[in-house]
Ligand binder design. Structure first.
Ligand SMILES: *Cc1c(COP(=O)(O)O)cnc(C)c1O
Length: 380
């Protein structure tokens, strides 16, 4: 019997780096400082430098990072924020939590990220609806590939909209040589354990070149406090802790190498294209970091069952688009048509993808899918 191959293994970051992680963990525990201390400050600086922006502000999660970035830009009740329905529900939840109305835009069928033409239509047709004024766009760099930022920035600039990039799946990704997180007014990162840079708990960060936005997020993450610990406006408790920051500093040193290991697996999976499997399309000039490797097949559930029988774990990101979930059904009324979004959720499968995936294991996944297609089970 073969060893099972999981779809993701966040634990590899401990097993591979046990000595370093144990050492920094011990030091934090001995330090007596556990929240917003020197580890958080050092990580904020190091991660901002890695991304290529001047400010990083650690927060408690990626969801909070989106919400607080929007609030720091002055967005809230009375505003509409354009984003996609094909994303983690967190993106849309965060927009709702800042008080704004999420407006859902369809995605490109090949890259699965926001379709700029659909965004243009959505902005035009939204017009001025009662007291709700369009104020921002939250493009999502889904699966590790950046959205078409040049086109999105042209449209948002012309319409006077702020841009908050959702970089929760795109640590280190680039487009035209520029990293995810350097394009918008602010960017939100998540360090959920399975992300390309993962903590051993929750964590997030807002990256920005704007000193005012950074200072607003610093206040908002801690009760709206000024330096004198006076609440100047209502804030949250959304802080990064010292343990996570120290562990993230270790992980950051390996991020590029980890992303390269993901790309090596992707190069193998890419060869499934010749057998008619819908492999991901990478934009010219883009550097994909394969947070997920997602294929499209018409008999998705049958393929998953066959792979499961061979001990190969798969996942679906995401089985329901956001507007198909009860909490967000009413958003369909503010959306344009979401045809492609609705179609791809029935066809997508996320293959095993994590830095520590052994080449022999990736080859087993590749061979199993190839055999399934060759047996005519693909149904296309
Ligand atoms: C993971 C994720 C988030 C939310 O991050 P959390 O840290 O889990 O709150 C937001 N957007 C996208 C696209 C994500 O994948």
């Amino acid at each position: 019997m073969f060893e099972p191959i999981p779809q993701a293994t966040p634990g590899f970051a401990y097993t591979e780096r046990r000595l370093e992680v144990d050492e920094v963990t011990r030091r934090v525990l001995e330090s007596g400082t556990y929240i917003l201390g020197p580890q958080v400050e050092a990580f904020e600086e190091e991660f901002a430098a890695y991304v290529g922006v001047s400010h990083g502000v650690g927060v408690a999660s990626g969801t909070d990072a989106v919400e607080l970035a929007l609030r720091a830009l002055g967005i809230g009740a009375g505003n509409a924020v354009f984003t996609v329905s094909h994303t983690a529900v967190a993106t849309v939840a965060a927009i709702g939590r800042c008080g704004a109305l999420p407006v859902l835009v369809d995605v490109d069928p090949y890259t699965y990220t926001m379709d700029p033409e659909k965004l243009a239509t959505a902005i035009r047709s939204f017009g001025n609806r009662g007291d709700i004024r369009p104020a921002a766009v939250v493009p999502v760099h889904l699966y590790g590939q950046m959205a078409d930022m040049p086109a999105i920035l042209d449209l948002s600039g012309a319409a006077g909209l702020k841009v908050v990039e959702d970089c929760a799946q795109a640590h280190g990704a680039r487009l035209a040589g520029r990293r995810a997180g350097t394009w918008g007014d602010a960017a939100a990162f998540s360090f959920y354990p399975t992300k390309n840079l993962g903590a051993f708990g929750d964590g997030g960060l807002v990256a920005t070149d704007d000193a005012v936005v950074a200072s607003n997020v610093r206040r908002l993450r801690q009760y709206g406090w000024s330096d004198a610990r006076v609440s100047m406006r209502p804030g949250a408790n959304s802080r990064l802790d010292e343990l996570q920051a120290a562990i993230l500093r270790v992980g950051l040193r390996y991020l590029d190498a980890d992303n390269e290991r993901r790309r090596a697996t992707a190069r193998l999976y890419d060869q499934l294209e010749v057998f008619g499997v819908g492999t991901p399309r990478v934009l010219p000039d883009a550097e994909h970091v394969y947070h997920q490797y997602v294929i499209r097949v018409s008999r998705r559930d049958a393929l998953r069952a066959v792979l499961a029988g061979e001990g190969i774990g798969t996942a679906v990101h995401y089985p329901l688009a956001v507007h198909q979930q009860p909490a967000y059904e009413q958003l369909l009324s503010s959306a344009g048509t979401l045809e492609l979004t609705a179609r791809i959720v029935t066809e997508i499968v996320s293959l095993p993808m994590f830095p520590a995936l052994a080449p022999t294991a990736a080859t087993r996944v590749y061979e199993a899918i190839k055999a399934w297609v060759a047996a005519g089970d693909g149904g296309d």
